[in-house]
Design a binder for this molecule. Sequence first.
Ligand code: KIV
Length: 277
Amino acid sequence: MKVAKLTILELRNRKGPGSLVMLTAYDYPTAKLAAESGVDVILVGDSLGMVVLGYESTVPVTLDEMLYHTKAARRGAPEVHLVADLPYLSDATPERALASAERLIKEGGADSVKLEGAKLEVVRSLVAAGVPVLGHVGLTPQTASSLGGYKVQGRSTAAAKKLLEDALALQDAGVWGVVLEMVPEQLAALISEQLSVPTIGIGAGGGTDGQVLVFHDLIGVFDRFKPRFVKRYLEGGELIRQAIIAYAADVRSGSFPSGEHSYQMDAGELEGLYGKG
Ligand code: KIV
């Protein structure tokens, strides 16, 4: 299935539940599969730090690591809108954010950048410079420790009002959409109604305009923890483990490689090799 790359104008109009499908991809084969499967937007999320690089959190992820994976994903999906995350502190000031975005877009091939939190001044300066920005509020993993860990955000009236305000302020600052992570379904639906740009939920119920999942969660290969919002469409970890066990058993028993997986010499050449030629 081939879909033309969505423009920012088209993305902005993706309103209503089910309007936008986003999936993370951090490498060539995954991005290619995502593109072939018809996802609307690929996210090179800094979640790669945890699911690919084995860090405890997303905090250690560097701009160089983001760049490396963005380039690989771009090669796999040249025709899909690709968002790259600005990693922790690479967006601490408007100047740093602009320099980081420049690398992700010019060298990495990203179409947009995503940043966590209501960093309005940073968003305004990126947008003024012509950089398309996706916002991200609710549970923001880069600052999860100051939010009390990986917890649902906006459960109280006051916290919910603050999240709505932040989302509206990000929209005013010029983002083309807002990711809502781990917020109650009712609040996510309200924010989605109030915003004219699309919301993309993860752990935010069915009322957001789009949904995003981390690829390694979707295929069941990340098993350090499984948040309630994750739906595994494949028990990939188990399938891969069984395949590796079968390979090791075949090598040990001598049944792999068989003739089918081996190359043969011509009989004449072989005779020469044994000194009869
Ligand atoms: O880094 C990431 O993959 C993300 C998504 C979970 C939205 O930010």
